[in-house]
Ligand binder design. Structure first.
Ligand SMILES: Nc1nc2c(ncn2[C@@H]2O[C@H](COP(=O)(O)OP(=O)(O)OP(=O)(O)O)[C@@H](O)[C@H]2O)c(=O)[nH]1
Ligand SMILES: [Mg+2]
Length: 195
């Protein structure tokens, strides 16, 4: 039987650089930003969770289960990942941020290949410049480890990733794959470049 892999789209941040607007819902080329990300993901996994701490009713309109960070509200992306781990029975969880409209359509198979080749606990995406630790595939058995890490008051994603058995998977052949839009100016620039 094929293994079950769920995905979570992280939209639970404060989006301070987006003037505090809810980043997943700001419009990019006429559609909420998260819709671009969902479109890139939808053929890769069977089940998608949306992690949001505001505007849950609006996110629910996209047709996926919406989950908040619970009592770890705004404790960083790991809080959203932990919440997703409480809502899945899958063996593996694919994590992406809501603000990446150019995610590779072969993201999951490549992260999975990297994870298995290195027998790692998690695989994170890299491009030619840097790692993107909120683009990752992780074994859901890491739930307790994340809970323990957050319970110490720590919240740094990359720091936590480095503490585990980690595979780094290069997407250097896809420049711009992890372009993420954090400001209104970046939205405008993307629209000018892509339309
Ligand atoms: N669940 C959850 N997700 C978060 C949290 N902080 C950031 N994220 C998510 O992590 C991803 C990457 O973070 P950023 O792009 O910096 O987003 P952000 O923190 O909302 O934006 P800034 O406030 O401008 O830094 C985004 O998809 C955010 O939604 C949080 O406290 N909880
Ligand atoms: Mg971002």
């Amino acid at each position: 039987m094929p293994r079950q892999i769920d995905a979570v789209v992280l939209a639970g941040g404060k989006a301070r650089r987006m003037d505090g607007d809810d980043k997943g819902l700001v419009l990019l080329a006429g559609q909420p930003l998260i819709v671009h990300t969902l479109n890139r993901l939808k053929n890769q996994v069977t089940r998608i969770l949306i992690n949001a701490n505001r505007n849950g009713d609006r996110y629910a309109e996209f047709g996926h289960q919406v989950i908040s960070d619970g009592n770890l509200d705004f404790a960083g992306p790991l809080a959203g990942i932990l919440s997703a781990l409480h809502h899945t029975s899958a063996e593996l969880l694919l994590v992406v941020p809501c603000d990446c409209p150019q995610l590779p359509e072969d993201l999951l198979p490549r992260l999975l290949a990297g994870l298995e080749q290195e027998n790692a606990e998690l695989a994170i995406a890299c491009d030619a410049q840097r790692s993107h630790p909120v683009v990752m595939l992780l074994r859901t058995e890491l739930k307790q480890a994340i809970a323990d890490y957050l319970s110490t008051g720590e919240r740094r994603v990359e720091h936590w990733c480095q503490s585990r058995k980690l595979a780094k998977v290069s997407f250097a052949d896809k420049p711009g794959a992890f372009t993420n839009l954090n400001t209104k100016d970046e939205l405008t620039q993307w629209e000018q470049t892509n339309h």
